[in-house]
Ligand binder design. Sequence first.
Ligand code: 7TS
Length: 411
Amino acid sequence: MGAITTGLNVQAIREDFPILKTLVHNKPLVYFDNAASTQKPKIVLDTEYHYYSSQYANIHRGVHYLSQIGTELYEKTRHIVKDFIGANSEREIIFTKGTTNSINLLAYSWSSAFLKPGDEILITGMEHHSNIVPWQLACQRHGATLKVVPLQEDGSINIDEVKNMISEKTRLFSFTYVSNALGTINPVKEMTAIAHQAGAHVLIDAAQAIQHIAINVQELNCDFLAFSGHKIYGPTGTGILYGKEALLDAMPPFEGGGDMIKDVKFEQTSFNELPFKFEAGTPNIAGTIALGTAIEYVEKIGLDNIFAYEEELLKYGTEQLQQINGLTIYGNSIHKSSVLSFLLDGAHPYDVGVILDHLGIAIRTGHHCTQPIMDYFCIPGTCRASIAFYNTKEEIDLLVTGIQRASKMLL
Ligand code: 7TS
């Protein structure tokens, strides 16, 4: 394969990310841990700095100048997110601490409103722990049952199996858009339609999709969608829960405190309107403002351009890795995004990770918070190289050389 042909100016993009100039163990950093978290462009860092250095105050509560500026900037991010995912209104955009927090909010609040004894919640065999454990806890609290659509050998799920497992008892189908451990892209629109036919609500975990795939929640018709700011080049401790307004309206508050109330009496409290009903306490103001900047940055590059470039890089990486003796790739679905999960026969993933680290190459090793996937394949974990749009073909070549070096040392 020749040079990458899609229309991104990756060298210029790399200049936007100060950390990519860092040396690790005296080698230029090759960062392939993007599924765990993405690096931040300077414009995002500058937004936080500028906010703290010249605009900072608490929001939603002050008549004074700085508080109003902060409130405007914070609410501007809500508007940016609303447009970015094609929501109907800002009332459908809840700020959270991240995907995990968004799912826990739902698992508490949605379940209180909609889950009864005997009901079922359906998930898939490729979920991150944060889309498993909150539902286990909710099922325990409400006397419901958690069901799991099984994984298949290539890392996909069988849509007929989804149809078989959904019933009139299913209240919610919660699934990931893209698997963080295998890279599988699920047919989320179809899965949503099947769930709706059975009368179930749908949550899409978009933690690994939002930074790679253009998403329109109205087109998908999902009821809820969750993602984290730090995976889309924004700050940690920021995240989004999208929900259809009528459903959010029907749900009780998650946390109580400042900002989420209308009127507090010791006898009884009434709650604020959406989205503030779900936003108790002082939030990550600077981070949320900078998340808006991150999303604008991604939109400027264009998610369709990003997807095409990353797809080419993934294809190149897959071809190169397949040529390494004794290397097995986990996750071979035809619809895949940005993740190369692999094992070298006879080598522990941790040892491969340590050798690559000494070469300046950052990958993740282990179960990637998806232990049921590892159990399915009867492996302790994998090595995972995950791609972002600032990665290059040359970096893939360095990864391949590094794996070959590890193979010689360990086997
Ligand atoms: N869902 C998926 C599909 C994820 O990949 C992750 C994080 C989460 C939920 C949780 O996101 P958080 O921002 O609330 O932590 N995944 C990973 C990963 O693959 N490596 O580190 C974190």
